[in-house]
Every structure is written in structure tokens, then in C-alpha cells.
Ligand binder design. Structure first.
Ligand SMILES: Nc1ncnc2c1ncn2[C@@H]1O[C@H](COP(=O)(O)OP(=O)(O)OP(=O)(O)O)[C@@H](O)[C@H]1O
Length: 237
């Protein structure tokens, strides 16, 4: 579904990604792990088209999307879940969930269709409880849930999630895990930055370790589990 080939990225003169190649197959959940500053967020931003200084190939379903602007990538089904949670603060939770342009249904298997509001509220009980309040009054964790809910509501079929569990209570972390597993059952593909290795192995199929802007290793769940202690020390967690 997603193929990244020899992707490099710069901030001014500083090169922060070095010939990164990876793939995420349809229906997979894949994580990017790595130390602070390894380039994980920049990689996600490149895939979404949010980073100008890049070179290399980004393909979605065999189509080169590397030069498309963000809104065109969103139309093709890429859903961006940022770590800064941006929202239209004065609108209520329910208004926000009816606001985004809902992607037109793809023909065929129904994968990647907009989630109905009922399913959203079932999956995100906290948003149902708080549906009438302005989003500005939500906690950071609740805003994170709202950001995730919005892209599912839009019908994104490849979610790009930047540390969705960061700063969440254990209960909300568990809910994010349930939601990602549910999204996977509905055919949604996920690439996520995740530092919580235990969470990563519970939700993901595979993992890439990013080090100094390059892919250092590709790992299966079993490998991450058996090397957990070593990896946690390496990541400085
Ligand atoms: N706006 C920017 N201008 C200049 N350098 C930047 C900018 N944003 C990030 N960088 C640098 O690019 C490198 C990669 O940053 P990036 O945020 O992608 O890493 P990361 O792995 O996501 O780290 P973290 O987990 O700390 O967010 C770092 O060295 C960082 O200092």
C-alpha cells in the first residue's frame, strides 16, 4: 500500500533522513521507533506531504504521490493524526465530527469508508460523553482521541499517527489500542510513531527502528518482545 524508497529529508542544510526505504502493506499496523531526534516525525510528515525539503519516492498503491500537495494526499485516503492535536477549539466535539469532508466511497470492498458517527461514539465513549462541549475544554488526552476520531470519520484508509499515546492515562492508552485494532479489522492501515514498546507489540504487526535518520532494523513482534530490555535502554526510556 505504502512504499517509501530512498527518502532523504533536510531542515535547511541539516540532513535528518538518509535514504529511508520501508513499506506498509494494506491492513498492516507498523510502528516507527527510535530515539528522540531520530527523524520519526519528519518521516511521517514527508509521507503526508508536510515537509518541503525531501527527495526520494513515496508511493501509495503503486502511484507516486511524492509531489502531491497535502489535500490531494488526504483525498487519496491518507489521514494525519498530529502529536499537537490541532482542533477547531470553539466547535463542539459533535460538530467537529460532522465537519470534515467525508471522502467519497471507493468502489469495491468498502475498505476505507467514513466511519458512521454511531461507530465513532461507540469506539470513543469519552467523546460521546463530551459531545456537546467545546473541544477547547477537552483534556490533552481527549483531544488526542478527537484527532484520531476525525480521520476515521473522514474515511482515511492509511493513518499516520505521531505518538498517539503520548501523555495519555493508562485507560486512554488501552482505548487507543482497542481503536487501532478495530480500525485494522475495518481494513484501515496504520503507520505510527510509538515509544511505548509494550503498546507497540500489542497493536502492531511489525516495527522499524530508526536511528540517525536511517532504518537501522526491521523487527517482528517476537523480536521486539525478546529484546525489550535492550531496546528500552537504547531508546533511553
Ligand atoms: N523545524 C525544524 N527545524 C530544524 N530542525 C528540526 C526541525 N524539526 C526537527 N528538526 C531536527 O530534525 C531531526 C529529526 O527530528 P524529528 O522530530 O523528526 O525526530 P523524532 O524522531 O520524531 O524525535 P522526537 O521523538 O523527539 O519528536 C532532529 O535532529 C531535530 O532536531
Amino acid at each position: 500500500m505504502l512504499r517509501v524508497e530512498n527518502l532523504s529529508a533536510w531542515y535547511g542544510e541539516a540532513r535528518v533522513l538518509r535514504d529511508v526505504s520501508l513499506r506498509v502493506d494494506a491492513g498492516e499496523v507498523v510502528t516507527l521507533v527510535g530515539r528522540n531526534g531520530a527523524g520519526k516525525s519528519t518521516l511521517l510528515r514527508c509521507v503526508m506531504g508536510l515537509h518541503a525539503g525531501q527527495r526520494g519516492t513515496v508511493e501509495l498503491d503503486g502511484r507516486d504521490i511524492g509531489r502531491l500537495p497535502v489535500h490531494r494526499r488526504a483525498r487519496l485516503g491518507l489521514g494525519w493524526v498530529p502529536d499537537d492535536r490541532g482542533s477547531y477549539a470553539s466547535l463542539s466535539v459533535a460538530e467537529q465530527l460532522t465537519l470534515p469532508p467525508v471522502l467519497s466511497p471507493r468502489s469495491g470492498d468498502g475498505v476505507g469508508l467514513s466511519w458512521p458517527l454511531e461507530r465513532i461514539f461507540e469506539a470513543f465513549p469519552v467523546l460521546h460523553e463530551r459531545r456537546a462541549v467545546p473541544a477547547s475544554t477537552l483534556s490533552g488526552g481527549e483531544q488526542q482521541m478527537l484527532a484520531l476520531a476525525r480521520v476515521l470519520r473522514m474515511g482515511a484508509r492509511l493513518l499516520l499517527c505521531d505518538e498517539p499515546t503520548e501523555g495519555l492515562s493508562p485507560l486512554l492508552v488501552q482505548q487507543v489500542g482497542d481503536i487501532l485494532r478495530q480500525a485494522k479489522r475495518h481494513g484501515v492501515t496504520v503507520l505510527l510513531v510509538e515509544q511505548n514498546l509494550r503498546f507497540a507489540t500489542e497493536v502492531a504487526d511489525r516495527h522499524y527502528l530508526l536511528a540517525q535518520g536511517g532504518i537501522a532494523e526491521a523487527m517482528e513482534n517476537s523480536e521486539v518482545r525478546s529484546r525489550e530490555r535492550e531496546l528500552l535502554t537504547y531508546l533511553g526510556i
